[in-house]
Design a protein around this ligand. Structure first.
Ligand SMILES: NCC(=O)CCC(=O)O
Length: 438
C-alpha cells in the first residue's frame, strides 16, 4: 500500500532522512510521525495544503483542528501583521488582553480568565488550580482522553495493556500515583473510584472524546459526572482545547452543563498559539503571587490576542458555524452511504464541524471499544486518501474538521476518494502501530 506514497512523496522521504539526523523521528510532535515516514508540508491556503513534492491536498486535519478559519486566513493575517508592527511581545501586560477576556467571559459564560499558549500548559495549570482550591490531591481522568504532554495526565492515553499505564517513558510511578483512571461513558466506573478513594480534588475530561476519533458522549453520563463531583466537592474541569471552538460556546454550552473550570484552545486564535483557563471567580481567585503559580513568557502576547479577537468577533460567527456544521453533516451522511453500499463494517460519528470513522461494526463508546477497530483497514484507507489528494484526518485516533473555507466541492471530492479508499480497505490491511499514535 505504500507504493503510491513512496512514488508521490520522494522529497518528504529525503527530508525525513535528513531530519532524523537532527530532530528525533524527524518531527517536532510525536503526533506527526507515521510509518514509513511523515509528510513534510510547505504551505497552506484556505482548505488546501501543499507538500514538498508539490502535491496538493484538501486538508481536513487543519492543524489538529486549529484552523477552522482556514489556512492563512486574510482577516487574521492582516490583524497579525498590524499587531506585529506594534510589537509581538511587550513583556508587560498587553492592554488588549482585557478586551479578549471580556469576549471569552460573555461567549463561554465564565467569570474570570487567564491566558496560556497551548492546551498542555492550560490543562497543567488547571489541575494545580483545582488542587489548590479543593485542597485535595487526587485527580480523575478518563481512559483514552488526551490533555496534552505533561506527566500527571499522560496516563492511559492509549494503553495497550491493562492497569495504570504511563503514556511515555520517563514518568515515575510516584508522579502518577495520584491520577485515577475511569472509563468514559460509564458512570459506575466513575462512581466506584469516588467510593473507593478519598482526597479527590478534580476530574478532567474532554467533554467529547477526541483522541479516539470522535466518541459521542452520553448526556446522562456527563450530567452524572458533574452531579457526583458537586456532591463530593470535586472540581470539574472540561478540557475544551478541541471542543471549545467547535460550537459557539463550546461543548459546555452545547450540553448546557457548567464545569468549574474550562480549558479552551486550538481554533479560537485563528491559527496562533493561545489557550484559556477560565472559570468561576472563587476558583480562579486562587491564582496569584504567593498563591497558585501561573506564568508564561508568551502568555497573551499581542499577536495571539489580536488574532483571537478577530477570530471570535469576526470569523467564527453563527453563520460560520452553520456553514461548517452543514458541510460536516453532508460528509457524515456520505460516509454512512459508503458504509452501507460497500457492505463493510464501518461506523461514523460527528459532532459539529468534526467527525470520524471506525472500521468497526458499531460506534465505540469507550477506549476499550475503540481499540477493537480495525486499524489495518484504516491504514489502507489513509494512504489511499493521501494518494488521491485528501488528508482526511491526522491519524486513526483523530477526526476531520471543516473550516469556513471548505466548499461543497471539497466535500464531494472527499467522499469520492473515500468511496475508492474504503473499497480498497475492505480486502487490504496496512498495519499501523498503535504506539506510534503518541
Ligand atoms: N489529539 C492530539 C492533539 O491534538 C495533539 C497534537 C500535537 O500535540 O501535535
Amino acid at each position: 500500500m505504500f507504493e503510491n506514497y513512496y512514488a508521490d512523496t520522494i522529497n518528504s522521504k529525503v527530508l525525513y532522512e535528513e531530519a532524523t539526523t537532527i530532530i528525533p523521528y524527524g518531527v517536532s510532535s510525536n503526533y506527526r510521525f507515521f510509518d514509513p515516514y511523515p509528510l513534510y508540508l510547505k504551505r497552506g491556503k484556505g482548505s488546501k495544503v501543499w507538500d514538498v513534492d508539490g502535491n496538493e491536498y484538501i486538508d481536513f486535519n487543519l492543524g489538529f483542528g486549529v484552523l477552522e478559519v482556514g489556512h492563512s486566513n486574510e482577516i487574521v493575517a492582516e490583524e497579525v501583521y498590524n499587531a506585529f508592527k506594534e510589537s509581538s511581545i511587550l513583556g508587560f501586560e498587553y492592554c488588549k488582553a482585557i478586551e479578549l477576556a471580556k469576549i471569552i467571559k460573555k461567549r463561554y459564560n465564565v467569570d474570570m480568565v487567564r491566558f496560556s499558549s497551548t492546551g498542555t500548559e492550560a490543562t497543567m495549570h488547571s489541575i494545580r488550580i483545582a488542587r489548590a482550591y479543593s485542597r485535595k490531591k487526587k485527580i480523575i481522568k478518563f481512559e483514552g482522553h488526551y490533555h496534552g504532554s505533561h506527566d500527571q495526565l499522560l496516563v492511559n492515553v492509549n494503553p495497550t495493556k491493562e492497569g495504570i499505564v504511563p503514556s511515555s517513558l520517563g514518568i515515575p510511578e510516584e508522579v502518577i500515583k495520584n491520577t485515577l483512571i475511569a472509563e468514559w461513558n460509564n458512570l459506575e466506573s466513575f462512581e466506584k473510584i469516588i467510593r473507593e478513594n478519598k482526597d479527590i480534588g478534580a476530574v478532567i475530561m474532554e467533554p467529547i472524546a477526541m483522541n479516539m476519533g470522535l466518541i459521542p458522549t452520553k448526556l446522562d453520563f456527563l450530567k452524572g459526572v458533574v452531579e457526583l463531583s458537586r456532591e463530593n466537592n470535586i472540581v470539574v474541569i472540561f478540557d475544551e482545547t478541541k471542543t471549545g471552538g467547535k460550537y459557539n460556546s463550546g461543548a459546555a454550552g452545547y450540553f448546557n452543563l457548567e464545569p468549574d473550570i474550562k480549558v479552551i484552545g486550538k481554533s479560537i486564535a485563528g491559527g496562533l498559539p493561545l489557550s484559556v483557563i477560565a472559570g468561576k471567580k472563587e476558583i480562579m481567585s486562587v491564582i496569584g503571587p504567593g498563591k497558585v503559580a501561573h506564568g508564561g513568557t508568551f502568555n497573551a502576547n499581542p499577536l495571539s490576542v489580536r488574532a483571537a479577537i478577530v477570530t471570535l468577533e469576526k470569523i467564527l460567527t453563527e453563520n460560520a458555524f452553520y456553514h461548517m456544521h452543514r458541510l460536516s453533516e453532508i460528509l457524515e451522511s456520505g460516509y454512512k452511504d459508503i458504509a452501507e453500499d460497500s457492505k463493510i463494517e464501518l461506523s461514523v460519528t460527528r459532532w459539529g464541524p468534526s467527525g470520524s470513522i471506525y472500521f468497526l461494526d458499531k460506534v465505540p463508546m469507550s477506549y476499550k471499544e475503540f481499540i477493537k477497530a480495525d486499524f489495518g483497514k484504516w491504514g489502507t484507507y489513509f494512504f489511499a486518501m493521501l494518494s488521491q489528494g485528501v488528508i482526511p484526518m491526522a491519524g486513526f485516533n483523530e477526526q476531520w474538521t471543516i473550516s469556513i473555507k471548505h466548499s461543497e466541492e471539497d466535500i464531494r471530492k472527499h467522499l469520492e476518494c473515500a468511496d475508492n479508499a474504503i473499497k480498497l480497505a475492505k480486502n487490504k490491511r496496512t498495519e499501523v502501530n498503535l504506539d506510534e499514535s503518541f
